[in-house]
Design a protein. Structure first.
Length: 561
């Protein structure tokens, strides 16, 4: 069944269509997403998740979630749970197909023994530095290890003793015997197993003293699970000959097809898990779910929706060409989503008090406001209107030209979903700072402009007595350089952290309807942007994170640069 016309067309889908037409793999499609549990998933992993699970779903196949857990020095069960949560949150279900590479440790060991018996693997005593020296360069062939011609019997004995824990870390490895003169460096007798003592594996405990390498583990795990199309990023293209060599030289009846696609390179962030780990460990961010991080957990906490991330992955497409995706493209997808689906609310980020002198002191008027200006089905909410209100300090000028469409001393402006007011007096403190405005309202202007009177400006507001105090976190891009880790000019990526990536406003007020909001709820704060209730919110201590502004404020900066 071809998916052309119903899903984004890409070269991988063309390959699968051709395989199904030829009845390859019996017409089955089985993919997998194989993360390492050594950190949280980021937006680059989301591209692979959407691709692998999306293809399985569209072709009525299966997608396995398999943890590549072969390096217990860096892995943790907490990362396993975080990854499972992220995949589920994105909207995908692996069903019964949850696996760990550690599930196959005994079978992997047995296949290694098979290679040794066939004279295709040997135990090598070279140190890591010596191994690098013997490996050669891109222009010069490598040299054979002095241990390359050990007998099968000696290799079997040494490998069994490695497993039994007789040798120290780094003293010996098991290597494939392929070709030290190969132009592909990955084929120059690559390491298959290394010794790891004193570590507790989150799945197997202390049962093993040796652990297989990724290039040995991955093809065998794929084959054991019956994967048909092993989709990975382009950096593994040079590893494909080794992937095929491993499967061609062991007794196994399945040989998946490895297909490479370009990884996601997103501007104004880093996509290296090592560097993301450094940001966390060095305290440069608050954690893996810091809303400035490109992790799925960070994006979720910031207010991104699963639908917007899936849409972003569809928009960028799947190709074999390396490219750099503008951050604005990711921001546009969530802006489009929230513009359609986020209810409108009012919040004052920089409060300036107004006293409406001709409004009754004890009166509380309940005004109706739509939750969305274009969607009646989203209903409405009640806004308490009182004599004292807050507006944003940026919405007032004592003097201004005609382009300023907000409140000016002696002139009128409309309060959103309420009345027209006029400012008659400015109250200042001893330092000359404006602390209060005295205004009057026109009771005949609720929802309309009186005939013959034009009031062009509209500003948002919150009742001073009914507004809810809140802390608002204005998040921006973590880095101020489009490619922070390019290494150019010898500048470390950490030196390119945007000092304005987080601004915390402690003295804000939001409208009363937000008093009971729960973590993860998203809103458009009118004229301010899109915001999400943070997980740290509590009754009487609301915290909101800015997801994205109403428009791309970086566009002019990037054009100027």
């Amino acid at each position: 069944m071809s998916l052309e016309g119903s899903k984004p067309v890409n070269f991988i889908r063309h390959i699968i269509d051709a395989d199904i037409a030829a009845n390859k793999n019996g017409g089955k499609v089985v993919t997998r997403f194989p993360p390492e549990p050594n950190g949280f998933l980021h937006i680059g992993h989301a591209k692979s998740i959407v691709l692998n699970f999306g293809i399985a779903e569209d072709y009525q196949g299966q997608c396995h979630l398999r943890f590549d857990d072969t390096n217990p020095l860096k892995e943790d069960v907490d990362f396993v749970h975080a990854i499972e949560d992220d995949v589920k949150w994105l909207g995908y279900d692996w069903g019964e197909n949850l696996y760990f590479s550690s599930d196959y440790f005994q079978q992997l060991y047995d296949f290694a023994v098979e290679l040794i018996k066939a004279g295709k693997a040997y135990v090598c005593d070279l140190s890591a530095e010596e191994t690098r020296q013997y490996r050669g360069t891109l222009k010069e062939p490598g040299k054979a290890s002095p241990y390359r011609d050990r007998s099968v019997e000696e290799n079997l004995d040494l490998f069994a003793r490695m497993k039994a824990g007789e040798f120290g870390d780094g003293s010996r490895v098991l290597r494939a015997k392929i070709d030290m003169a190969s132009p592909n460096m990955n084929m120059r007798d690559p390491t298959l197993y290394r010794i790891r003592h004193g570590v507790i594996h989150h799945q197997t405990g202390a049962a093993w003293s040796i652990y297989p390498m990724y290039d040995f583990t991955h093809p065998i795990s794929d084959a054991l699970e019956g994967i048909t199309h092993s989709l990975c990023t382009l950096e593994f293209e040079d590893h494909r000959p080794l992937y095929d060599w491993v499967l061609d030289n062991i007794t196994i009846d399945c040989h998946p097809q490895q297909i490479e696609f370009s990884r996601l390179n997103l501007q104004y962030t880093v996509m290296s898990k090592r560097k993301l780990t450094e940001l966390v460990n060095d305290g440069l961010v608050s954690g893996w779910d810091d809303p400035r991080m490109p992790t799925i957990a960070g994006l979720r906490r910031r207010g991104y929706t699963a639908a917007s991330i899936r849409e972003f992955c569809d928009r960028i497409g799947v190709t074999r060409a390396d490219n750099s995706v503008e951050m604005g493209m990711l921001e546009a997808t969530i802006r489009d989503d929230l513009n359609e689906n986020a209810p409108r609310r009012m919040a004052v980020l920089h409060p300036l008090k107004i006293i409406i002198e001709n409004y009754p002191e004890d009166k509380v008027e309940e005004l109706s406001a739509p939750n969305h200006p274009q969607k009646e089905e989203m209903g409405s909410r009640t806004l308490p209107f009182t004599r004292e209100i807050y507006i944003d300090r940026e919405d007032f000028r004592e003097e201004a030209n005609k382009k300023f469409k907000r409140l000016v001393l002696g002139k009128e402006v409309r309060l959103r979903n309420a009345y027209v007011i006029r400012c008659d007096e400015v109250i200042k403190n001893d330092a000359g700072e404006i602390i209060e405005l005295r205004c009057v309202y026109d009771e005949n202007t609720l929802g309309k402009n009186p005939e013959g009177r034009k009031v062009k400006g509209v500003i948002h507001w919150v009742s001073a007595s009914h507004g809810v105090p809140a802390k608002i976190c204005l998040y921006d891009r973590l880095f101020n350089h489009p490619t922070p880790d390019d290494g150019k000019d010898g500048v470390d990526y950490k030196q390119r952290i945007n000092p304005d990536s987080l601004q915390v406003l402690d003295d804000c007020f939001v409208e009363a309807s937000l008093a009971g909001t729960e973590a993860g709820e998203r809103f458009q704060f009118e004229r301010e942007g899109y915001f999400c209730t943070d997980v740290d919110s509590a009754a009487g201590a609301l915290v909101f994170n800015r997801t994205v502004g109403l428009r791309d404020s970086w566009a002019k900066i990037e054009q100027a640069g």
